[in-house]
Design a binder for this molecule. Structure first.
Ligand code: MSP
Length: 641
């Protein structure tokens, strides 16, 4: 037998519409996990697909005025495109209208019928087409679907149907859950499942009258197989059930899905079906939370069912990042924003904040500043370190272990938190070691160690974040100038300090995550008033001063004066040059990226041949200048009042 693959599944999506950010989530998470496991050297089978036999799919086709087959072909192709645009790299894609799947479903039906697990009866009860779910009278709420996420009117159904003996599996299910503590995750949802099962399971109708769409019951073409019985089996169709090699894929290592389809379908019906078929159960079923957008439930009727690609396009336009990087930022955001399992909200403000602080500032700085210094001081050639930055190295190695264990527990946000602690440590190390000073003092060996160590940290970070942001990581890798392809880097490489080869030439430093700047608010008119002859400043006089936050985007020595620096500052939508008398205390490189307080409406003055358009504020500490910076992240251009 070959090596058992690490098998990851997403739910298969109803092809009623292309995915929005909410239902793209499961696929993004699965892709991140798949990429990480590939780095760990596992043979991965990551499967996704489309659920095409549902009544609601046929209804959507009718609304679109298209024959159902044509409609599902079109939408399935649209899903493939969307996944590609989101950098989803699956290994298998299934459509439930494929003959291989139809055969599996009919065969499973027959096996269960032969075993007596499937029997004929008359179904009389409620059905929700939107959820494709049967409900008991007692579950229906005012004639509507009891699922809080749905609440659409239910239909009364009276048909001769086949039933699956779900009730017979109640005790075996409870026993399996108890014996396998990792089977259902997260823990709080497991409790929900246990109480649902303990309430008593009823047999479930698994056929419907054939209205021209669905998989026919073998030998009874007036009936089709219930879409959930059909859809759940996709997971074993992909693995090649009843064919050689099935055991090399099945059981699934993890099946991911949202909370709405966790309890009833994936944790009850599905394992019972597998037990009936004599197939091993999946190792883990994980029910994640739901996303809202700007505090509201995502729904087509609210018009907020935004596609991830549209969100990325906005982000790219706001920041100037490439589209591919912006897609990765959306991936990063959903993985970082909430612990995996709980509900979360997507807001443009929080996306922007995370972009600016985690990516533009923290990650961007680590790579960008170091590469620009490498360019200036060493002609971009990675130096041979003389010593080892012991602290940084031990943080990097500990991070590697922590990320691995976070992945093993499916705690992706914790993995990212750990990586960002390393990014922070790298940035602090740079500040503490002040390579610009080492350069000035001619301390070549120390400078080599500092730049090497920071770049080595950036290399390890790049490999670790590649599963989350594959394209951005590739760009970072390119700038680091490492010749071996990023895709070939293993998880062990990510944790092995010292792999960065001295002597290779890095690329030019180009910002991958350009900061999103806010447009400055409209200025109020400054009233002209005669100053009163007194020592205190009047309020109006104070109001005349336009104090604003500015970011230093470039810094160099003044060409004609030792004590002066020439700074380029950004006020959001405007750039200015200012001259500041701080050269004795600040190295130009250490200033780039810092936010300062600027007196913006000081009359321009030419200082030693350079025009200065404003004044930087600094405290005078025993004759030494200490520049003022805001206490937390404030957008460039913000007014100080
Ligand atoms: N076709 C069934 C699944 C069959 S699996 C054998 C189905 N499809 S779906 O397209 O409606 O939903 C697919 C996934 O998207 C589910 O995991 C669901 O939880 C998820 N989500 C739908 N809206 C969501 C959010 N707003 N937030 C997070 N996940 C969301 O159900």
């Amino acid at each position: 037998m070959g090596e058992k693959a690490y098998y990851i599944t997403t739910p298969i999506y109803y092809v009623t519409d292309v995915p929005h950010i909410g239902n793209a989530y499961t696929t993004i998470v699965s892709d991140v996990l798949a990429r990480h496991q590939r780095q760990r050297g596992r043979k991965v089978v990551f499967a996704t697909g489309t659920d095409e036999n549902a009544i609601k799919v046929a209804e959507a086709a009718q609304q679109a005025g298209m024959p159902p087959k044509e409609f599902v072909d079109k939408l399935a192709a649209a899903f493939v495109d969307v996944w590609e645009s989101l950098h989803i790299k699956y290994d298998a894609f299934i459509r439930t209208t494929e003959p291989r799947h139809v055969a599996v479903v009919q065969r499973a039906f027959e096996i269960l019928r032969d075993r007596g697990d499937v029997y004929k009866g008359v179904y009389e009860g409620w059905y929700c087409v939107s959820d494709e779910t049967f409900f008991r009278e007692s579950e229906v709420v005012d004639g509507k679907c009891p699922n809080a996420e749905c609440r659409k009117p239910v239909q009364w159904v009276q048909e001769e149907n086949y039933y699956f003996k779900l009730s017979a599996y109640q005790d075996r299910l409870l026993e399996h859950i108890e014996r396998n503590p990792d089977f259902l995750q997260p823990e709080f949802r497991k409790n929900e499942v246990v109480s649902f099962i303990k309430q008593g399971l009823q047999d479930i109708s698994i056929t419907r009258a054939n209205r021209g769409w669905g998989i026919p019951v073998p030998g009874e073409p007036d009936k089709v197989i219930y879409v959930w019985f059909d859809a759940l089996l996709n997971y074993i169709t992909i693995a090649g059930w009843e064919s050689p090699g099935f055991d090399e894929i099945w059981p699934a290592d993890i099946q991911l899905m949202g909370k709405d389809i966790f309890v009833r379908f994936h944790c009850t019906f599905w394992p019972a079906m597998l037990m009936g078929l004599g197939v091993e159960l999946p190792k883990v079923l994980f029910g994640h939370g739901w996303w809202s957008i700007e505090g509201e439930k995502i729904s087509k009727s609210k018009g907020n069912a935004i596609s991830p690609a549209a969100l990325a396009a906005d982000l790219a336009a706001m920041s100037g990042a490439t589209n591919g990087v912006a897609i990765d930022v959306i991936r990063y955001f959903v993985m970082r924003e909430a612990p995996f399992g709980v509900d979360a909200d997507f807001s443009r403000d929080s996306l922007k904040n995370r972009f600016n602080s985690d990516l533009a500032n923290d990650l961007g700085n680590l790579l960008n500043r170091t590469l620009s210094m490498l360019d200036r001081y060493m002609d971009r050639v990675i130096p041979e370190p003389v010593g080892v930055a012991l602290d940084l190295r031990s943080i990097a190695e500990a991070t590697h272990k922590e990320v691995e264990s976070a992945f093993d527990e499916f705690q992706f946000s914790r993995a990212l938190e750990a990586i960002w602690q390393l990014v922070g440590a790298g940035n602090r190390y740079l500040e503490d070691q002040a390579p610009w000073r080492l350069h000035k003092e001619g301390k070549k060996a120390e400078l080599a160690t500092v730049l090497y160590s920071t770049l080595e940290t950036a290399r390890m970070v790049t490999v670790m974040i590649a599963p989350f942001m594959p394209e951005a990581a590739r760009e970072m890798w390119r700038q680091l100038g490492i010749p071996e392809p990023l895709e070939e880097q293993t998880w062990a490489d990510a944790g092995a300090w010292g792999r960065l080869a001295p002597g290779t030439r890095a690329g030019a430093a180009e910002p991958i995550f350009p900061r999103i700047e806010d447009k400055p608010r409209k200025e109020g008119r400054v009233e002209e008033q005669k100053p009163e002859p007194q020592e205190h400043l009047t309020h109006d006089e104070f109001k005349k001063m336009e104090l604003r936050i500015a970011e230093i985007v470039a810094a160099e020595r003044h060409p004609n004066a030792d004590k002066l620096l020439k700074l380029t500052v950004s006020l959001g939508d405007e750039r200015r040059t200012i001259v500041a008398g701080i050269a004795q205390w600040y190295e130009p490189d250490a200033l780039v990226g810092k936010k300062i307080v600027l007196l913006a409406n000081l009359a321009p003055a030419t200082i030693r041949g350079v025009q200065s358009q404003g004044m930087l504020l600094a405290a005078d500490v025993d004759g030494q200048a200490v520049i003022l910076t805001p206490d937390s992240d404030v957008p460039s251009g913000a007014k100080i009042r």
